[in-house]
Design a protein around this ligand. Structure first.
Ligand code: HEM
Length: 496
């Protein structure tokens, strides 16, 4: 009977199984509607490990944080690449980037680590600081000419500023425009191109969850065309006309040209993938961080004080005469209050999911028990369960800016469950081998953004009592969730 329905029966030694009510879709709709609630309910029913059939796949959820390291320890049975590679090819439209399939011999993960961390991070961070100031102070000057308040959506603002600065940092400029004070027509054209890319990015990003779920992009005409336009902009022949390309993009272009058989558009689409990875989480993370600061005067005071003291000790003077502030990596890395604020904002808004695919039938050994896993099944972690666990984070839905600070005002690393210290308590960047390679840069970007906002602007919410908008659950599993609606705020240049 189960076989005829195309469903699996639980075998001895396997985790409890939820086939769901619907043929094929299984638990997909219940999971999709509210993943956190769904997993909490199943955990209550079945215990710390259970299997859900979701759209024809069998996913074993590990919900006990003390079992998370089992995924890392037993990595030899689990593949982290297959799922990522297939998802990337499906969503962005390039050919397979799995060297086993013969289109390229590039090790993408190595490329990312090499160009987003170590020495390469210094140059990226420096470029981002310049670009943020250019975007905040020059590129948007028409809005800021008089000393009056500008009212805007906070998400819209974070999106524009981070996208424009991040785009310039990775993909360089059409020409060197930073030294000019007034917007020349060339600068305006460049800005229009980037804002156009932002519109295409948003159009494409809207349907990203559907693509990951396996729907073909042809079902979404305007998003499809937006993705093609992003690809056009990032064709090698167009990138070659730009100055100051990042090491990441330069190296990726070289490896596309030397190690792959991709055609021009496929090469461009690998750059669209990098653009998406660099922006899709950073934008909402920046928004939530600034929103929580605006809603918490105590947090705002502590954060601005920290930034002021770092700027003072760095001998940086804030002025509007075109001289930019710079903060090096060491200075950015010694901001424990901002670290804690950013972590807390991401704890509250992250819904990433870690997937590994079983390479063969094997026995997964957890702390106190073992389970049989079949080949091609997925083992998954959903860290929001951990981030919202009241035993680990008291009052888990409340923003507490100093949650990640210890009594000496340094980074707090001891979090407990059942009286036991946790190794994994904060996972917005994933864990193990596939951990986000851009995480250090991402945190720098947000700190730089905040430091500049505090330095140059007065800023406040349009309505101080406004509720925090809900998280858009349709993107659960994909990283930092966006708000379902924007929140108005006001800003104006400080009189310096
Ligand atoms: C992968 C989170 C910013 C580049 C990932 C993954 C997560 C993540 C959860 C998947 C890890 C896994 O599957 O276990 C975030 C968050 C960010 C952020 C929360 C910001 C707050 C960035 C930035 C960049 C970047 C700024 C680049 C400039 C990448 C790349 C991958 C990745 C290239 C794929 C890695 C691979 O497959 O080898 N990120 N990320 N990320 N991220 Fe980030």
């Amino acid at each position: 009977f189960w076989f005829l329905l195309g469903r699996r029966r639980r075998r001895q030694g396997e985790p409890p199984l939820e086939n769901g009510f619907l043929p094929y879709l299984g638990c997909a709709l219940q999971f999709g509607a509210n993943p956190l609630e769904f997993l909490r309910e199943k955990k209550k029913k079945h215990g710390h490990i259970f299997t859900c059939q979701v759209a024809g796949k069998y996913i074993h959820f590990l919900t006990d944080p003390f079992s998370y390291h089992a995924l890392i320890r037993q990595g030899k049975h689990l593949d982290w690449k297959k799922f990522h590679f297939a998802t990337s090819a499906k969503a962005f439209g390039h050919g397979s980037i799995d060297p086993a399939e013969g289109n390229t011999t590039e090790n993408f993960h190595q490329t990312f680590i090499r160009t987003l961390q170590g020495n390469a991070l210094n140059a990226l961070t420096e470029a981002m600081m310049e670009n943020l100031q250019y975007v905040m102070l020059q590129s948007r000057t028409s809005k800021l000419q008089s000393n009056t308040w500008v009212t805007e959506g906070l998400y819209t603002f974070c999106c524009q500023v981070m996208f424009e600065s991040g785009f310039l940092t990775l993909f360089g400029k059409e020409f060197n425009s930073n030294s000019e004070k007034n917007l020349s027509s060339k600068q305006e054209t460049e800005r229009a191109h980037i804002l156009n890319a932002l519109e295409n990015f948003k159009e494409f990003d809207r349907i990203f969850p559907a693509l990951v779920a396996g729907l073909p992009i042809h079902l979404f005409k305007s998003a499809h065309s937006a993705r093609e336009k992003l690809g056009e902009a990032l064709l090698h022949k167009n990138l070659q006309k730009r100055d100051n390309l990042s090491e990441l993009v330069t190296l990726r272009m070289f490896l596309n040209d030397t190690l792959s058989t991709f055609d021009d558009m496929e090469k461009a689409k690998t750059h669209v993938a990098v653009l998406w990875a660099s922006q899709a989480n950073t934008i909402p993370a920046t928004f939530w961080t600034l929103l929580y600061l605006l809603k918490s005067p105590e947090a705002m005071r502590a954060a601005t004080k920290e930034v002021q003291s770092i700027l003072e000790s760095a001998g940086e003077k804030i002025s509007l005469d075109g001289k930019h502030i710079s903060l090096n990596r060491k200075q950015l890395d010694s901001m424990p209050v901002l670290d804690s604020v950013i972590k807390e904002a991401m704890r509250l808004s992250s819904a990433s999911m870690t997937f590994r695919v079983a390479k063969e039938d094997f026995t997964l050994h957890l702390e106190n028990d073992s389970y049989n896993i079949r080949r091609d099944d997925i083992v998954a972690l959903y860290p929001q369960l951990l981030h919202f666990d009241p035993e680990i984070y008291a009052d888990p839905l409340t923003f507490k800016y100093d949650r990640f600070l210890n009594e000496n005002g340094e980074e707090k690393t001891d979090f407990y469950r059942n009286g036991r210290k946790l190794k994994h308590y904060y996972m917005p960047f994933g864990t193990g081998i596939a951990k986000c390679p851009g995480r250090l840069f991402a945190v720098h970007e947000i700190k730089q953004f905040l430091a500049l906002i505090f330095s140059y602007f007065e800023i406040e919410l349009a309505d101080n009592h406004v509720q925090c908008p809900p998280l858009d659950q349709s993107r659960a599993g994909l990283g930092i969730l966006q708000p379902t609606n924007d929140i108005d705020f006001r800003y104006r240049l400080k009189c310096l």
